[in-house]
Write a protein that binds this ligand. Structure first.
Ligand code: FAD
Length: 480
Protein backbone atom coordinates (compact mmCIF):
# COMPACT_ATOMS: atom_id res chain seq x y z
CA UNK A 1 0.00 0.00 0.00
CA UNK A 2 2.75 2.41 1.11
CA UNK A 3 4.96 1.91 -1.97
CA UNK A 4 1.98 2.14 -4.33
CA UNK A 5 1.03 5.47 -2.78
CA UNK A 6 4.56 6.86 -3.10
CA UNK A 7 4.74 5.67 -6.70
CA UNK A 8 1.50 7.36 -7.65
CA UNK A 9 2.53 10.50 -5.78
CA UNK A 10 5.62 10.72 -8.00
CA UNK A 11 3.54 10.30 -11.13
CA UNK A 12 1.25 12.96 -9.83
CA UNK A 13 4.16 15.35 -9.18
CA UNK A 14 5.02 15.13 -12.87
CA UNK A 15 1.44 15.53 -14.03
CA UNK A 16 0.98 18.45 -11.68
CA UNK A 17 3.90 20.44 -13.10
CA UNK A 18 2.30 20.14 -16.53
CA UNK A 19 -1.06 20.90 -15.05
CA UNK A 20 -2.20 24.49 -14.66
CA UNK A 21 1.34 25.87 -14.36
CA UNK A 22 1.17 25.35 -10.63
CA UNK A 23 4.75 26.48 -10.26
CA UNK A 24 3.65 29.97 -11.32
CA UNK A 25 1.70 30.56 -8.11
CA UNK A 26 2.88 33.93 -6.75
CA UNK A 27 1.70 33.07 -3.24
CA UNK A 28 -0.16 36.39 -3.32
CA UNK A 29 -3.00 34.91 -1.28
CA UNK A 30 -5.79 36.35 -3.45
CA UNK A 31 -7.27 32.83 -3.71
CA UNK A 32 -7.53 32.68 0.06
CA UNK A 33 -8.90 36.21 0.39
CA UNK A 34 -11.68 35.46 -2.09
CA UNK A 35 -12.65 32.00 -0.81
CA UNK A 36 -16.06 31.63 0.93
CA UNK A 37 -15.02 28.44 2.75
CA UNK A 38 -11.92 30.19 4.09
CA UNK A 39 -14.25 32.89 5.47
CA UNK A 40 -16.42 30.28 7.23
CA UNK A 41 -13.62 28.12 8.66
CA UNK A 42 -10.45 30.23 8.52
CA UNK A 43 -8.42 27.96 10.76
CA UNK A 44 -9.08 24.87 8.71
CA UNK A 45 -9.17 25.87 5.07
CA UNK A 46 -6.69 28.04 3.23
CA UNK A 47 -6.26 27.32 -0.49
CA UNK A 48 -2.86 29.06 -0.76
CA UNK A 49 -1.44 27.00 2.08
CA UNK A 50 -2.96 23.83 0.66
CA UNK A 51 -1.17 24.53 -2.64
CA UNK A 52 2.08 24.98 -0.76
CA UNK A 53 1.54 21.75 1.19
CA UNK A 54 0.94 19.88 -2.05
CA UNK A 55 4.34 21.02 -3.31
CA UNK A 56 6.17 20.40 -0.03
CA UNK A 57 4.63 17.17 1.25
CA UNK A 58 2.20 15.57 -1.13
CA UNK A 59 2.04 12.26 0.72
CA UNK A 60 0.93 13.96 3.91
CA UNK A 61 -1.81 15.81 1.98
CA UNK A 62 -2.96 12.56 0.40
CA UNK A 63 -3.04 10.68 3.66
CA UNK A 64 -4.58 13.06 6.12
CA UNK A 65 -5.28 16.59 4.93
CA UNK A 66 -8.91 17.58 5.51
CA UNK A 67 -8.50 20.82 3.53
CA UNK A 68 -8.04 18.75 0.35
CA UNK A 69 -11.76 17.95 0.52
CA UNK A 70 -13.07 21.40 1.40
CA UNK A 71 -12.88 23.28 -1.91
CA UNK A 72 -16.45 24.34 -2.86
CA UNK A 73 -15.85 24.55 -6.63
CA UNK A 74 -17.03 28.18 -6.83
CA UNK A 75 -13.96 29.18 -8.90
CA UNK A 76 -13.81 32.55 -7.18
CA UNK A 77 -10.08 31.99 -6.65
CA UNK A 78 -9.53 31.41 -10.36
CA UNK A 79 -11.47 34.52 -11.34
CA UNK A 80 -9.26 36.62 -9.06
CA UNK A 81 -5.93 34.76 -9.46
CA UNK A 82 -3.39 36.82 -11.48
CA UNK A 83 -2.22 33.54 -13.05
CA UNK A 84 -5.73 32.16 -13.56
CA UNK A 85 -4.92 28.92 -11.68
CA UNK A 86 -7.93 26.60 -11.50
CA UNK A 87 -7.49 25.34 -7.97
CA UNK A 88 -10.53 23.01 -7.89
CA UNK A 89 -9.15 21.20 -10.92
CA UNK A 90 -5.67 21.07 -9.37
CA UNK A 91 -7.04 19.53 -6.17
CA UNK A 92 -9.29 17.00 -7.94
CA UNK A 93 -6.63 14.58 -9.26
CA UNK A 94 -5.05 14.57 -5.81
CA UNK A 95 -8.41 13.75 -4.22
CA UNK A 96 -8.82 10.98 -6.80
CA UNK A 97 -5.48 9.43 -5.87
CA UNK A 98 -6.29 9.67 -2.14
CA UNK A 99 -9.62 7.92 -2.78
CA UNK A 100 -8.03 5.30 -5.02
CA UNK A 101 -5.38 4.53 -2.39
CA UNK A 102 -8.02 4.29 0.32
CA UNK A 103 -6.72 7.33 2.20
CA UNK A 104 -10.07 8.52 3.52
CA UNK A 105 -8.90 9.92 6.83
CA UNK A 106 -8.72 13.50 5.50
CA UNK A 107 -12.11 13.06 3.81
CA UNK A 108 -13.73 11.88 7.04
CA UNK A 109 -12.15 14.71 9.03
CA UNK A 110 -13.43 17.18 6.44
CA UNK A 111 -16.97 15.84 6.87
CA UNK A 112 -16.75 16.15 10.63
CA UNK A 113 -15.84 19.81 10.07
CA UNK A 114 -18.60 20.34 7.48
CA UNK A 115 -21.18 18.89 9.87
CA UNK A 116 -20.22 21.26 12.64
CA UNK A 117 -19.31 24.46 10.87
CA UNK A 118 -20.88 24.80 7.41
CA UNK A 119 -24.53 25.87 7.20
CA UNK A 120 -26.67 23.54 5.03
CA UNK A 121 -23.99 20.85 5.27
CA UNK A 122 -25.94 18.06 3.59
CA UNK A 123 -26.77 20.22 0.58
CA UNK A 124 -23.19 21.47 0.43
CA UNK A 125 -21.93 17.89 0.43
CA UNK A 126 -23.61 17.35 -2.95
CA UNK A 127 -23.47 20.67 -4.75
CA UNK A 128 -20.37 22.32 -3.28
CA UNK A 129 -17.74 19.79 -2.22
CA UNK A 130 -18.40 17.12 -4.88
CA UNK A 131 -16.63 14.12 -3.33
CA UNK A 132 -18.24 12.01 -6.07
CA UNK A 133 -15.96 13.72 -8.60
CA UNK A 134 -13.05 12.02 -6.81
CA UNK A 135 -14.91 8.74 -7.37
CA UNK A 136 -15.92 8.36 -3.74
CA UNK A 137 -18.90 6.02 -3.81
CA UNK A 138 -22.38 7.37 -3.03
CA UNK A 139 -22.79 4.78 -0.26
CA UNK A 140 -19.57 6.01 1.41
CA UNK A 141 -20.67 9.65 1.11
CA UNK A 142 -24.06 8.83 2.63
CA UNK A 143 -22.43 6.88 5.46
CA UNK A 144 -20.11 9.79 6.27
CA UNK A 145 -23.00 12.29 6.08
CA UNK A 146 -24.95 10.16 8.54
CA UNK A 147 -22.00 9.71 10.89
CA UNK A 148 -20.76 13.28 10.95
CA UNK A 149 -23.72 15.46 10.06
CA UNK A 150 -27.02 13.82 10.91
CA UNK A 151 -25.86 12.25 14.17
CA UNK A 152 -24.02 15.39 15.27
CA UNK A 153 -27.14 17.47 14.58
CA UNK A 154 -29.44 15.35 16.71
CA UNK A 155 -27.02 15.69 19.65
CA UNK A 156 -26.59 19.42 19.01
CA UNK A 157 -30.35 19.97 18.95
CA UNK A 158 -30.88 18.11 22.17
CA UNK A 159 -28.24 20.21 23.96
CA UNK A 160 -29.00 23.62 22.42
CA UNK A 161 -30.74 26.22 24.55
CA UNK A 162 -31.52 29.30 22.56
CA UNK A 163 -31.34 32.70 24.20
CA UNK A 164 -34.02 35.06 23.06
CA UNK A 165 -34.29 38.59 21.77
CA UNK A 166 -37.52 40.42 21.06
CA UNK A 167 -36.66 41.99 17.68
CA UNK A 168 -38.36 40.15 14.83
CA UNK A 169 -36.47 39.70 11.58
CA UNK A 170 -37.93 39.09 8.11
CA UNK A 171 -36.05 37.20 5.45
CA UNK A 172 -37.27 37.40 1.86
CA UNK A 173 -36.49 34.24 -0.09
CA UNK A 174 -35.74 30.72 1.13
CA UNK A 175 -32.72 29.85 -1.00
CA UNK A 176 -29.32 29.14 0.57
CA UNK A 177 -28.68 32.84 1.35
CA UNK A 178 -32.03 33.30 3.12
CA UNK A 179 -31.90 29.94 4.91
CA UNK A 180 -28.37 30.58 6.15
CA UNK A 181 -29.30 34.00 7.52
CA UNK A 182 -32.41 32.48 9.14
CA UNK A 183 -30.35 29.67 10.70
CA UNK A 184 -27.69 32.03 12.06
CA UNK A 185 -30.18 34.57 13.42
CA UNK A 186 -32.32 31.86 15.02
CA UNK A 187 -29.23 30.47 16.73
CA UNK A 188 -28.49 33.99 17.96
CA UNK A 189 -31.98 33.99 19.48
CA UNK A 190 -33.90 36.30 17.12
CA UNK A 191 -37.45 35.35 16.05
CA UNK A 192 -36.97 34.95 12.32
CA UNK A 193 -39.57 34.46 9.59
CA UNK A 194 -38.75 33.56 6.01
CA UNK A 195 -41.23 34.77 3.37
CA UNK A 196 -41.17 32.69 0.20
CA UNK A 197 -43.24 33.16 -2.94
CA UNK A 198 -42.91 29.52 -4.09
CA UNK A 199 -45.11 26.83 -2.47
CA UNK A 200 -42.00 25.03 -1.18
CA UNK A 201 -38.83 26.31 0.46
CA UNK A 202 -35.28 25.92 -0.85
CA UNK A 203 -34.88 28.42 -3.70
CA UNK A 204 -32.83 27.06 -6.60
CA UNK A 205 -31.98 24.02 -4.51
CA UNK A 206 -35.63 23.04 -4.83
CA UNK A 207 -36.68 24.65 -8.09
CA UNK A 208 -33.85 24.32 -10.55
CA UNK A 209 -30.91 22.17 -9.44
CA UNK A 210 -31.85 18.81 -10.95
CA UNK A 211 -32.63 15.86 -8.75
CA UNK A 212 -29.73 13.84 -10.18
CA UNK A 213 -27.35 16.45 -8.74
CA UNK A 214 -29.19 17.17 -5.49
CA UNK A 215 -31.82 14.70 -4.29
CA UNK A 216 -34.85 16.61 -3.04
CA UNK A 217 -35.12 14.55 0.16
CA UNK A 218 -31.76 16.14 1.03
CA UNK A 219 -33.32 19.60 0.72
CA UNK A 220 -36.31 18.41 2.78
CA UNK A 221 -33.99 17.11 5.53
CA UNK A 222 -32.08 20.39 5.66
CA UNK A 223 -35.27 22.47 5.89
CA UNK A 224 -36.84 20.20 8.50
CA UNK A 225 -33.75 20.66 10.66
CA UNK A 226 -33.97 24.47 10.37
CA UNK A 227 -37.67 24.37 11.28
CA UNK A 228 -36.90 22.18 14.26
CA UNK A 229 -34.54 24.91 15.48
CA UNK A 230 -37.34 27.47 15.29
CA UNK A 231 -37.04 29.00 11.81
CA UNK A 232 -40.53 29.89 10.54
CA UNK A 233 -41.16 29.70 6.80
CA UNK A 234 -44.25 31.28 5.23
CA UNK A 235 -44.78 30.05 1.67
CA UNK A 236 -46.90 31.55 -1.11
CA UNK A 237 -46.16 35.13 -0.03
CA UNK A 238 -44.56 37.36 -2.63
CA UNK A 239 -42.91 40.49 -1.32
CA UNK A 240 -43.78 43.41 -3.57
CA UNK A 241 -47.14 41.84 -4.46
CA UNK A 242 -48.80 40.48 -1.30
CA UNK A 243 -46.86 42.73 1.07
CA UNK A 244 -44.12 45.36 0.71
CA UNK A 245 -40.87 45.82 2.60
CA UNK A 246 -42.35 48.93 4.24
CA UNK A 247 -45.36 46.84 5.38
CA UNK A 248 -42.94 44.41 7.06
CA UNK A 249 -41.55 47.26 9.17
CA UNK A 250 -45.12 48.42 9.96
CA UNK A 251 -45.84 44.87 11.15
CA UNK A 252 -43.06 45.12 13.68
CA UNK A 253 -40.09 43.55 11.89
CA UNK A 254 -36.94 45.40 12.90
CA UNK A 255 -34.65 44.26 10.09
CA UNK A 256 -35.09 42.68 6.66
CA UNK A 257 -32.76 40.50 4.60
CA UNK A 258 -33.48 40.34 0.85
CA UNK A 259 -32.37 37.04 -0.69
CA UNK A 260 -34.62 36.71 -3.73
CA UNK A 261 -31.97 35.30 -6.08
CA UNK A 262 -32.36 35.44 -9.86
CA UNK A 263 -35.64 33.82 -10.86
CA UNK A 264 -36.17 35.22 -14.36
CA UNK A 265 -34.67 33.51 -17.40
CA UNK A 266 -32.94 35.90 -19.79
CA UNK A 267 -34.37 36.01 -23.30
CA UNK A 268 -32.49 36.00 -26.61
CA UNK A 269 -34.73 38.61 -28.18
CA UNK A 270 -34.58 37.03 -31.67
CA UNK A 271 -37.24 36.17 -34.23
CA UNK A 272 -39.53 33.31 -33.23
CA UNK A 273 -38.69 33.14 -29.51
CA UNK A 274 -42.39 32.90 -28.60
CA UNK A 275 -43.05 29.84 -30.75
CA UNK A 276 -44.48 26.68 -29.21
CA UNK A 277 -41.71 24.29 -28.22
CA UNK A 278 -39.38 27.03 -26.99
CA UNK A 279 -38.73 26.95 -23.25
CA UNK A 280 -36.56 29.02 -20.93
CA UNK A 281 -34.24 27.43 -18.38
CA UNK A 282 -35.77 28.42 -15.02
CA UNK A 283 -39.32 27.54 -16.02
CA UNK A 284 -38.21 24.32 -17.76
CA UNK A 285 -36.15 23.09 -14.79
CA UNK A 286 -38.85 24.06 -12.29
CA UNK A 287 -41.46 22.04 -14.20
CA UNK A 288 -39.08 19.09 -14.43
CA UNK A 289 -38.21 19.27 -10.71
CA UNK A 290 -41.89 19.37 -9.80
CA UNK A 291 -42.38 16.20 -11.83
CA UNK A 292 -44.73 17.94 -14.29
CA UNK A 293 -44.89 16.75 -17.87
CA UNK A 294 -42.77 18.81 -20.27
CA UNK A 295 -43.23 17.85 -23.91
CA UNK A 296 -39.83 18.23 -25.53
CA UNK A 297 -39.94 15.60 -28.28
CA UNK A 298 -36.99 13.57 -29.57
CA UNK A 299 -34.62 16.30 -30.74
CA UNK A 300 -33.73 19.12 -28.38
CA UNK A 301 -31.47 22.14 -28.82
CA UNK A 302 -30.13 23.87 -25.70
CA UNK A 303 -28.77 27.38 -26.11
CA UNK A 304 -26.13 28.47 -23.59
CA UNK A 305 -22.68 27.42 -22.44
CA UNK A 306 -22.84 27.67 -18.64
CA UNK A 307 -23.49 25.15 -15.89
CA UNK A 308 -27.24 25.78 -16.08
CA UNK A 309 -27.25 24.94 -19.82
CA UNK A 310 -25.44 21.68 -19.06
CA UNK A 311 -28.00 20.83 -16.34
CA UNK A 312 -30.80 21.64 -18.79
CA UNK A 313 -29.26 19.40 -21.46
CA UNK A 314 -28.79 16.51 -19.03
CA UNK A 315 -32.35 16.98 -17.73
CA UNK A 316 -33.68 16.87 -21.32
CA UNK A 317 -31.98 13.49 -21.78
CA UNK A 318 -33.61 12.22 -18.60
CA UNK A 319 -37.01 13.43 -19.84
CA UNK A 320 -36.63 11.14 -22.84
CA UNK A 321 -34.97 13.24 -25.57
CA UNK A 322 -33.08 11.03 -28.01
CA UNK A 323 -30.69 13.72 -29.21
CA UNK A 324 -29.60 16.85 -27.33
CA UNK A 325 -27.45 19.46 -29.06
CA UNK A 326 -25.94 22.30 -27.07
CA UNK A 327 -25.16 25.55 -28.87
CA UNK A 328 -22.95 28.27 -27.41
CA UNK A 329 -21.10 31.38 -28.53
CA UNK A 330 -17.91 30.44 -26.74
CA UNK A 331 -15.19 28.11 -27.92
CA UNK A 332 -14.66 24.95 -25.85
CA UNK A 333 -11.92 26.69 -23.79
CA UNK A 334 -14.00 29.83 -23.19
CA UNK A 335 -17.17 28.06 -22.06
CA UNK A 336 -18.30 29.33 -18.64
CA UNK A 337 -19.22 25.81 -17.48
CA UNK A 338 -16.44 23.91 -15.79
CA UNK A 339 -14.45 20.98 -17.10
CA UNK A 340 -16.01 18.21 -14.97
CA UNK A 341 -19.53 19.33 -15.98
CA UNK A 342 -18.59 19.48 -19.67
CA UNK A 343 -17.02 16.04 -19.44
CA UNK A 344 -20.14 14.60 -17.79
CA UNK A 345 -22.31 16.03 -20.58
CA UNK A 346 -20.02 14.67 -23.30
CA UNK A 347 -20.02 11.27 -21.60
CA UNK A 348 -23.81 11.26 -21.71
CA UNK A 349 -23.75 11.88 -25.46
CA UNK A 350 -24.68 15.57 -25.60
CA UNK A 351 -23.47 17.10 -28.85
CA UNK A 352 -21.62 20.42 -28.51
CA UNK A 353 -21.84 23.15 -31.16
CA UNK A 354 -19.28 25.67 -29.91
CA UNK A 355 -18.65 29.13 -31.46
CA UNK A 356 -22.16 29.36 -32.89
CA UNK A 357 -24.93 31.83 -32.08
CA UNK A 358 -28.69 31.56 -32.82
CA UNK A 359 -29.90 33.93 -35.54
CA UNK A 360 -33.57 32.97 -35.70
CA UNK A 361 -35.96 30.14 -34.98
CA UNK A 362 -37.59 28.32 -37.89
CA UNK A 363 -41.30 27.54 -37.71
CA UNK A 364 -44.00 25.30 -39.04
CA UNK A 365 -47.24 27.10 -38.15
CA UNK A 366 -46.84 28.24 -34.55
CA UNK A 367 -44.33 25.50 -33.66
CA UNK A 368 -40.52 25.65 -33.68
CA UNK A 369 -38.88 23.17 -36.09
CA UNK A 370 -35.32 24.42 -36.29
CA UNK A 371 -32.69 26.96 -35.31
CA UNK A 372 -30.58 28.90 -37.76
CA UNK A 373 -27.08 29.51 -36.43
CA UNK A 374 -24.34 31.94 -37.42
CA UNK A 375 -20.65 31.55 -36.72
CA UNK A 376 -19.48 33.47 -33.66
CA UNK A 377 -16.11 35.00 -34.56
CA UNK A 378 -15.28 36.27 -31.07
CA UNK A 379 -17.10 36.57 -27.76
CA UNK A 380 -15.07 39.13 -25.85
CA UNK A 381 -13.70 42.53 -26.85
CA UNK A 382 -10.16 43.77 -26.23
CA UNK A 383 -11.02 44.77 -22.66
CA UNK A 384 -12.40 41.31 -21.91
CA UNK A 385 -16.03 42.57 -21.98
CA UNK A 386 -18.81 40.33 -23.36
CA UNK A 387 -19.28 41.71 -26.86
CA UNK A 388 -19.81 38.93 -29.39
CA UNK A 389 -19.10 39.46 -33.08
CA UNK A 390 -20.42 37.20 -35.84
CA UNK A 391 -19.51 36.09 -39.32
CA UNK A 392 -22.94 36.17 -40.99
CA UNK A 393 -21.63 34.39 -44.08
CA UNK A 394 -21.12 31.14 -42.17
CA UNK A 395 -24.43 29.59 -41.16
CA UNK A 396 -25.97 26.22 -40.37
CA UNK A 397 -29.38 24.93 -39.36
CA UNK A 398 -30.30 22.35 -36.75
CA UNK A 399 -33.69 20.68 -36.98
CA UNK A 400 -35.40 20.31 -33.64
CA UNK A 401 -38.61 19.47 -31.80
CA UNK A 402 -37.90 21.92 -28.99
CA UNK A 403 -35.41 24.52 -27.82
CA UNK A 404 -34.44 25.44 -24.28
CA UNK A 405 -32.82 28.83 -23.84
CA UNK A 406 -30.34 28.85 -20.92
CA UNK A 407 -28.37 32.06 -21.33
CA UNK A 408 -28.58 33.42 -17.78
CA UNK A 409 -30.96 34.64 -15.11
CA UNK A 410 -32.01 38.03 -13.74
CA UNK A 411 -33.66 39.26 -10.54
CA UNK A 412 -37.20 40.65 -10.28
CA UNK A 413 -36.08 43.92 -8.69
CA UNK A 414 -39.38 45.77 -9.17
CA UNK A 415 -40.64 43.85 -6.10
CA UNK A 416 -38.27 45.79 -3.87
CA UNK A 417 -39.55 49.34 -4.21
CA UNK A 418 -37.64 52.51 -4.99
CA UNK A 419 -35.78 52.91 -1.71
CA UNK A 420 -33.45 50.02 -2.52
CA UNK A 421 -30.69 51.18 -4.84
CA UNK A 422 -29.79 48.85 -7.70
CA UNK A 423 -27.25 48.84 -10.51
CA UNK A 424 -27.39 46.76 -13.68
CA UNK A 425 -30.01 44.42 -12.29
CA UNK A 426 -28.40 43.81 -8.90
CA UNK A 427 -29.01 45.23 -5.45
CA UNK A 428 -26.14 47.43 -4.27
CA UNK A 429 -24.82 46.60 -0.80
CA UNK A 430 -21.89 47.46 1.38
CA UNK A 431 -19.80 44.32 0.69
CA UNK A 432 -18.73 43.96 4.31
CA UNK A 433 -22.09 44.50 6.03
CA UNK A 434 -24.47 43.57 3.16
CA UNK A 435 -26.56 46.65 4.08
CA UNK A 436 -28.58 48.27 1.27
CA UNK A 437 -29.42 51.94 0.77
CA UNK A 438 -32.53 51.48 2.97
CA UNK A 439 -31.75 51.51 6.71
CA UNK A 440 -32.32 48.13 8.38
CA UNK A 441 -32.53 46.33 5.03
CA UNK A 442 -29.73 43.96 4.02
CA UNK A 443 -29.33 41.84 0.89
CA UNK A 444 -27.20 38.94 -0.32
CA UNK A 445 -26.86 35.91 -2.54
CA UNK A 446 -27.55 35.96 -6.27
CA UNK A 447 -29.64 39.15 -6.08
CA UNK A 448 -26.41 40.97 -5.18
CA UNK A 449 -23.78 38.83 -6.92
CA UNK A 450 -25.69 37.79 -10.04
CA UNK A 451 -25.97 34.02 -10.68
CA UNK A 452 -23.27 32.55 -8.44
CA UNK A 453 -22.98 29.48 -6.22
CA UNK A 454 -24.44 27.99 -3.07
CA UNK A 455 -21.19 28.57 -1.13
CA UNK A 456 -21.21 32.26 -2.07
CA UNK A 457 -24.90 32.60 -1.13
CA UNK A 458 -24.13 30.99 2.24
CA UNK A 459 -21.33 33.39 2.99
CA UNK A 460 -23.62 36.35 2.18
CA UNK A 461 -26.28 34.93 4.55
CA UNK A 462 -23.69 34.52 7.30
CA UNK A 463 -22.28 38.02 6.87
CA UNK A 464 -25.76 39.53 6.80
CA UNK A 465 -26.75 37.71 10.02
CA UNK A 466 -23.73 39.17 11.82
CA UNK A 467 -24.46 42.66 10.48
CA UNK A 468 -28.15 42.46 11.36
CA UNK A 469 -27.27 41.54 14.92
CA UNK A 470 -24.78 44.44 15.10
CA UNK A 471 -27.39 46.79 13.65
CA UNK A 472 -30.07 45.73 16.14
CA UNK A 473 -27.68 45.95 19.09
CA UNK A 474 -26.56 49.43 18.02
CA UNK A 475 -30.20 50.54 17.70
CA UNK A 476 -31.04 49.12 21.10
CA UNK A 477 -28.10 50.80 22.82
CA UNK A 478 -28.88 54.16 21.17
CA UNK A 479 -32.39 53.94 22.68
CA UNK A 480 -31.22 53.11 26.20
C1 FAD B 1 -29.82 24.85 -12.74
C2 FAD B 1 -28.93 25.38 -11.67
C3 FAD B 1 -27.94 24.57 -11.17
C4 FAD B 1 -27.09 25.03 -10.18
N1 FAD B 1 -26.13 24.20 -9.69
C5 FAD B 1 -25.32 24.61 -8.70
C6 FAD B 1 -24.34 23.76 -8.13
O1 FAD B 1 -24.20 22.60 -8.53
N2 FAD B 1 -23.54 24.25 -7.14
C7 FAD B 1 -23.67 25.52 -6.69
O2 FAD B 1 -22.94 25.90 -5.78
N3 FAD B 1 -24.59 26.37 -7.21
C8 FAD B 1 -25.42 25.95 -8.20
N4 FAD B 1 -26.36 26.80 -8.72
C9 FAD B 1 -26.42 28.19 -8.24
C10 FAD B 1 -27.15 28.27 -6.89
O3 FAD B 1 -28.32 27.50 -6.93
C11 FAD B 1 -27.46 29.73 -6.58
O4 FAD B 1 -26.28 30.48 -6.63
C12 FAD B 1 -28.08 29.86 -5.19
O5 FAD B 1 -29.24 29.07 -5.07
C13 FAD B 1 -28.42 31.32 -4.90
O6 FAD B 1 -29.02 31.38 -3.65
P1 FAD B 1 -29.98 32.59 -3.22
O7 FAD B 1 -30.42 32.26 -1.85
O8 FAD B 1 -29.31 33.88 -3.47
O9 FAD B 1 -31.22 32.54 -4.23
P2 FAD B 1 -32.22 31.39 -4.68
O10 FAD B 1 -31.69 30.06 -4.41
O11 FAD B 1 -32.57 31.72 -6.08
O12 FAD B 1 -33.49 31.62 -3.74
C14 FAD B 1 -34.26 32.80 -3.83
C15 FAD B 1 -35.66 32.51 -3.32
O13 FAD B 1 -36.37 33.74 -3.24
C16 FAD B 1 -37.71 33.53 -3.66
N5 FAD B 1 -38.25 34.82 -4.09
C17 FAD B 1 -37.94 35.52 -5.21
N6 FAD B 1 -38.63 36.68 -5.25
C18 FAD B 1 -39.40 36.71 -4.13
C19 FAD B 1 -40.33 37.64 -3.60
N7 FAD B 1 -40.59 38.81 -4.21
N8 FAD B 1 -40.96 37.34 -2.43
C20 FAD B 1 -40.70 36.16 -1.77
N9 FAD B 1 -39.83 35.25 -2.24
C21 FAD B 1 -39.18 35.52 -3.39
C22 FAD B 1 -37.56 32.54 -4.79
O14 FAD B 1 -38.79 31.85 -5.04
C23 FAD B 1 -36.47 31.62 -4.26
O15 FAD B 1 -37.04 30.56 -3.52
C24 FAD B 1 -27.23 26.36 -9.70
C25 FAD B 1 -28.24 27.18 -10.22
C26 FAD B 1 -29.09 26.70 -11.18
C27 FAD B 1 -30.17 27.60 -11.74
Amino acid sequence: MESKAVESSKELQEQRLDMEKLKYCFECGICTASCPIMEIIPNHYNPRILLEQIILDLDKVLKEEEALWLCAWCYRCQRKCPQGLKLPEIFLPIEKIAAEQGYLQGFERAYKRIGREIPLPIVCSWVCFHPERAQIKETTINKVIKRYITDYRSKQKASTKLKSHEEKIAIIGSGPAGLTAAYELTRKGYPTTVFESFPEAGGMLRKCIPDFRLPKDTVDAEIEYLKSLGVKIKNNITIGKDITIKDLFHRGYKAVFIAIGTQESRKLGIEGENLKGIFHAVEFLTQANLGKEVKIGDKVVVIGGGGVAIDVAMTALRLGAKEVQLVCLESREEMPSHEPEIQEALDEGIIFNVSWGPKRFLRSGDKVVGVELIRCASVFDEDGGFNPSFDETVTKTIETDSVIVAIGQASGLSALGEEIETFRGRVIVDPMTMETSMPGVFAGGDVVLGPATVAEAIICGKRAATSIEDYLKAKKSSRS
